[in-house]
Design a protein around this ligand. Sequence first.
Ligand code: BES
Ligand code: MN
Ligand code: ZN
Length: 488
Amino acid sequence: MTRPLDIVFAEADPQAFATLEGQIAVLADPEGGLDQLARRIDRLSRGAVRRATAAEGWAKLEEGQGVSLAMPHGLAAQTLFVVKLGRRRDPMTARKAGAWIARQMSKKPITLILPARPAADIAFGLALRAYAFDVYRTGNEEEEAPGAKILLTRPEEAAAAARDQAALVEGVFFTRDLVNEPANVLSTTDFAARLGAMQELGLEVEILEEEDLEKLGAHMLLAVGHGSESPSRVVVMRWQGGGDEAPLALVGKGVVFDTGGISLKPAGGMEDMTMDMAGAGVVAGVMRSLALRRAKANVVGLVGLVENMPDGRAQRPGDIVRSMKGDTVEVINTDAEGRLVLGDVLWYAQERFKPAAIVDLATLTGAMIIALGHHHAGVFSNDDAFADALLRAAEAEGEGAWRMPLGKVYDKQLKSRLADMKNVGGRSAGSITAAQFLQRFVKDGTPWAHIDIAGVAMPTEPGDFAPKGPSGWGVLTLDRLVRDRYES
Ligand code: BES
Ligand code: MN
Ligand code: ZN
């Protein structure tokens, strides 16, 4: 796994500031006010910090951004960052300040000299934004991950807050790594093995093989994997940190590669379909974080791992398959495979775990990107209170989410001439009809939210807290949902 930046919190020794080497950073508030430790840096540098905050450019900076001073006089450091952040700023702006530093810094050690309050959040933003996936770049194998030292007056407090955040950073990185991995490496079996390895963290992990899935009647899921050399799998990850209450269930679409199957996708951009397992990746990342921070809640994560390939044995358009629930589905388009996988896993999750609520995550439809772009995930739900809780959690974590409608009028589009339903609903409202399909596998009375992350899982531009590539969208939101609603 990509190792997060090593962050150490230590007691500041102002006497040693002059000799600190490499990169250092301090905060200044919008009016140029400095905390005690930053004042010391200012004095040592003969007023360089105050000159920076008095300069014309300072006023134009947003909070969380800063300036970089090279070779400051009076300091051994090569670079001094002065970051604009008000004393009473919210955690999200503090995270942004950390992320700004991560963008500016070179891959060398850095020392942040900070007041206590925002230190943990700054460290969090720094760690999240400093992600880099270099496993397939040859030549820099020797390079060690740079470390960050955070110096403050009372380090214990910040270090305690940072412990849970480090668990989240690991979860997010785990998700991003999985999404980055190409499909020739991250096969269904390799994916399952990586999840199995999380038993070390105290998760119960169970891997259902094709034989098991056959017995369970998961024909809809199995049909998607028929054309692949990689066997289909369902992996169940259980975290039992609570009492005997029913768990929250998280369900993820794990299509390790989506060619479209016999309804083959065009070549242009098909390489991006290595990310079609992002839903499963997010579920895995959340489970990892929950285990690492020993969350006091019961959560079960289930992922359907398949590969959608064209082949002599692949399912055809026109095939009719029977779901685990018992309904029959006419497969009009083999590229609408995610809903086939999720339908069976959703049903299995309910039959086996009687969950208090279910959230599924999937890169389900291209139409979601047309509707909301890369900034908001689409949230579909049968329960307003549950949807609100989820949207609030996303808002608090700075992950864009937007409620989308469901309704009978859309469900009609799934009528099949031959079977109980077909797997596509025509061109209009593509994301909604996909959600309607899923809802047919959700029992009445179970609060359920489907999150279509097709746009947000791998945005085309770098984000506030991620370089270009996988965002890990959802790990923070779902962890927050668990914290707010399920943790005792
Ligand atoms: N994995 C795709 C959706 C997708 C597209 C995710 C682009 C991320 C980026 C999904 O399996 C798919 O192919 N959906 C089809 C559905 C259609 C055939 C009804 C789509 O969106 O075109
Ligand atoms: Mn598809
Ligand atoms: Zn897909």
